[in-house]
Ligand binder design. Sequence first.
Ligand code: ATP
Length: 329
Amino acid sequence: MMNSLTFPILKLLADGKFHSGEAIAQHFNVSRATVWNAIQHAESLGIEVFSVRGRGYKLPQTLTLIDKQSIVNKMSPQLNWLNVEVFDTMPSTNSYLMQNMGAKTHGTCVVTNLQTSGRGRRGREWQASLGASLTFSLLWRFQCGAATLSGLSLAVGVALIRSLHELGATEAKLKWPNDILINQKKLAGILIELQGDMEGPSTAVIGVGINLQLPESVLQKIDQPATDLHQTLAHTINSNALMATLLKHLVDVLLTFEKTGFDELRDEWTAHHAYHQQPVRMLMPDGSEVTGVVQAISENGSLMIETTNGMQKFMSGEISLRSYNTTQA
Ligand code: ATP
C-alpha cells in the first residue's frame, strides 16, 4: 500500500537540505509519528533518507522530480497534442498503458518518478530508482498490423540515439535489436508491446528506461555491465529536458516509420551499431549459440551475420547479442 504522504514529503526534501520532523509534521498538519511512517515507507521503496537526531530528515542530494509542466514548457508547441501524464510511482509504465489502452489517446506518454517493477524482454527485470532513472512509455496507434511493425523497436533506438547525441552523449551506440550502450555498458533499454491484429490496426506501447545516475545499490542488482548518463557527461542532465528531447525525436522517427517503415532509418541505425562488422555471439532461446561477423540489417530489422555456414538472418524477439570477446550470458 502506498503511503499518501511519502511523495509530498519527498518533494519537500527534494532541495537536499535538512527538514526537522516537527516542521514537516506542521507543514502537513500531521503527527511526527505519521511523518516517520511515511519516511519508513520511502526507505522500503529503496529511497535513501538520512535521519539525524536534532536536525531532521535529508536526502543524500538534491532531487529533480519529473513534472508535467516542466516537460511541456520544454516541448515545441507543435507537440502539444501529446498527452503527457506524470505519476509519482507505479509498478510499470508499460503495464499501466497495456491495461488502460482503450481509455488512452494516441500519443499518450506516461512517465513515472519511481518505477517499482519495471520489465525487460522475456520477463526480465528493469531496475530503476527515484531521481536516478527516466522511465516512461508512449502509446502509438498504427494503421498497419503487427506483421509490419517488426522494425519498430530498432526505429525507436534511432530516436534514442538522436536524443542522446543532441544532449552530448555522443558515445551512445546501439546494440541489436534495441539496447543503448556506452563503452559496451548498457545505458538504456527499450521494451515494445503490441496489441491488435497481424493485419492491423494495432497499438504499440513503447517503453523506455534510461539510467541517469544509478546508486551503487541498484547497479549491484543488474546482472550485466551497466552505465548511466552521469558517468558520461560532465554535467548532470535534467530529466524533464531529456524527456522533452526524447519526445521530439520519438515523434519524428515514428512519423517516418509510419510512412516508409524501418528502411528509411536503416543506414542511420547501422552507422550507430556498436557491433557493425564485429564478431559476435548470438544467444538463442534454446540455449545454443551462433557465432559470426555482423554484416548488415535487413529492411525489416533482422540482423545478417556471416557464419561458418554462410550468411544467416536473425529476427529480433528472443535472441540476445553478445560481443565475441565476453563470456557473459
Ligand atoms: P540483453 O540486454 O541481454 O541483450 P534484452 O535486450 O532482452 O537482453 P532487456 O529486456 O532490454 O534485455 O532488459 C533486461 C535486462 O537488462 C536485465 O536482465 C538486466 O540484465 C539488464 N538491466 C536491468 N535493469 C537495467 C538498468 N537499469 N540498466 C542497464 N541494464 C539493466
